[in-house]
Design a protein around this ligand. Structure first.
Ligand code: ZN
Length: 284
């Protein structure tokens, strides 16, 4: 019998991101995405995996949706929610409809083509509770349905789960909340646990709890009760944690070096060195 090969990750050459479900604190993922786009763009140009609200973050990254548009969408949802007496538990608050409208308005026309074989979304089959990873999308509408299904927590988002090609699916977080492809998958989660990039308990403002879709719902109040400033802080935390990881593994690449197949032996590129010193100044 041969020993299993314990391969070391090759993040610079083959690293790719996976965003976990995180309910509304998925805004953490936005901060992570900003850091990777700026300091390690080669990694964001590869496949991206996601479950639940992490699937939304993945789609935004894959289709290159402007970050300010995403933050505006989350802020609108937060403001709408805060204006209602019972917040997210007010019957007038329909996250499902708000999400569907936001995706329909903002997803680019060819989002399904860009996403096919690049965006991997974790779903749970409603009848058998088996996991299904989906990475091919026949139309823009189908892609939006898959994203909504991946976030569909029964009762909280509605009673009838979305149907894709005749099969009903619910939140991917029930069966695989942190999908991985291989040892080069860089997993990201705003919750405590095993993710590669996650809040640091010593400095984090986020509660130290393990993710379950139920915990994500409990988190709703925590996240929406404070003013939108708190959302910005969670986003900033994601940015800092990601930048720390990029620094630790020396994953920096300017736009030109991002096109190279391997990490340059020596760091002599002026633009890369500028990026590295910019990261130093970001105070991480
Ligand atoms: Zn460079």
């Amino acid at each position: 019998m041969t020993e299993p090969v314990n391969r070391q990750p090759r993040y610079w050459e083959e690293g790719h991101l996976s965003f976990s479900g995180g309910g509304f604190i998925g805004i953490y993922h936005v901060g992570v995405a900003i850091a990777f786009k700026k300091f390690a763009p080669h990694i964001t140009s590869r496949k991206v995996l996601g479950a639940s609200s992490g699937a939304l973050a993945s789609m935004c990254l894959v289709t290159n949706m402007p970050i300010d548009q995403i933050i505006k969408g989350i802020a609108t949802m937060s403001t709408h929610c805060r204006s209602l007496a019972l917040g997210p538990f007010d019957p007038r608050f329909s996250i499902f409809n708000i999400m569907k409208t936001a995706l329909t308005e903002n997803a680019c026309e060819d989002a399904h083509q860009i996403s096919t074989n690049k965006l991997f979304i974790s779903l749970t089959r409603a009848t058998t509770l088996e996991n299904k990873m989906m990475s091919d999308f026949e139309s823009r509408e189908e892609l939006i349905d898959v994203l909504l299904a991946s976030c569909f927590i029964p009762y909280f988002l509605g009673l009838v789960p979305p149907t894709i090609r005749g099969v009903s699916y619910i939140d991917g977080g029930f069966t695989d909340n942190l999908p991985t492809h291989d040892e080069n998958t860089i997993t990201v989660s705003p919750f405590a646990g095993m993710a590669t990039i996650r809040p640091r308990p010593s400095t984090s403002k986020l509660p130290d709890i393990i993710y379950t879709p139920e915990n994500a719902i409990r988190m709703v109040k925590t996240v929406f009760s404070p003013p939108p400033k708190a959302l910005a802080e969670v986003c900033q935390e994601g940015f800092k944690d990601a930048l720390e990881f990029i620094r630790e593994h020396d994953l920096f690449a300017c736009e030109s070096c991002a096109l190279l197949p391997n990490k340059p032996e020596t760091r002599s590129c002026r633009r890369c060195l500028d990026l590295i010193s910019e990261a130093e100044n970001a105070g991480v």
